[in-house]
Unconditional design. Sequence first.
Length: 379
Amino acid sequence: MDIPPFELERWFDEYEPDADLMLAESGVRSLDADRFDLDVGEMGYVIPTDGDPTFRADIADRHGRDAEEVVLTCGTQEADFLGFLSLVDEGDHAVVVAPTYQSLESVPASVGSVTTVETEPPEWDLDVDAVADAMRPETRLVVLTNPSNPTGRYYGPETMRALYDLVADHDADGRRGGSGPGAGTSVGGGHGTYLFVDEVYRMLAPDPHEPAAALGPHAISAAGVSKSYGLAGARLGWLVAEPAVADAVRRWKDYTTISPPKLGQHVAKQAMGAQEAEILDANRAHAAGNRERVAAFLEEYGMEWYEPTGVNGFPTLPEGFDSGKEFCRSLVEAESVVLAPGELFGHPDRFRIGFGLHTHELEEGLARVGRHVESVRSN
């Protein structure tokens, strides 16, 4: 397994610690811990190690699945990672919708092979026929984020159903040869081809569509409470998949974090319980208000974007800059504001901005960006 550096995280590691403002933050401003009961008793493992059965049953109900099909993880990133390790062997192939969060391409590519299907601005439309054309007999997964990171495009029920039907009809019987339980990299898990969807931003949509896993057994949902709920520090995520896949994820998880964090699970249960409607209503309103602020700023400075669902946008560069890295590096050096250059997502003519942070921080950050753009233009 030869995995490349995670370029976005390396960028943040270089610039975030010393910067004043993080305008590339990809979640909603974090909730205060004092709104939750934090008493979990002894700080041991969560038992059983795949998560509290009652909580797993609640998450399963939201996906039209059974509790045995849910594994709680240390954030959505672990759900993605363990899902890929459980499903992809050497010789397997995945189709990844791009641009996307790097790990959704890099991890399956480090084990098997990947073909990307590029979506294009300004609408970032997804051509299901292009996905079909990219599939091979050995295709194991079709992978996407929905809503998209970085573009914010939210693909609707018709597109998701078409993708599901595509993978469900993909006959993979006998193609894996000697791979399977105990062979290759994976530790087994299911049959055929799967639609794998990272849905960590889904609940920020004003009217969320049903999750991917609700489409049927050939779909897998990965999500968590970090982005939509403003609880990144809880480190609580989940993967929802048919039993054989979920069992494979459990077996891989025994080698990573063993159990989800006890405090994170305790807080997540509260956030998705009696407080859920209040939290989500407030976060959606917060995201909508900040989105309007960013849209007005971009219009003022002649930049364009696809108006996103969630809290990430992917605008074009302002006039006067030749690349995303030039713009973002000069900005952090001049104004101590961090953005994410588009090169990290395969689009050097763009940058990713996060607008889920506190409004006063966003407004200060945008003011500094504007000052920098004007300074470069005046020179």
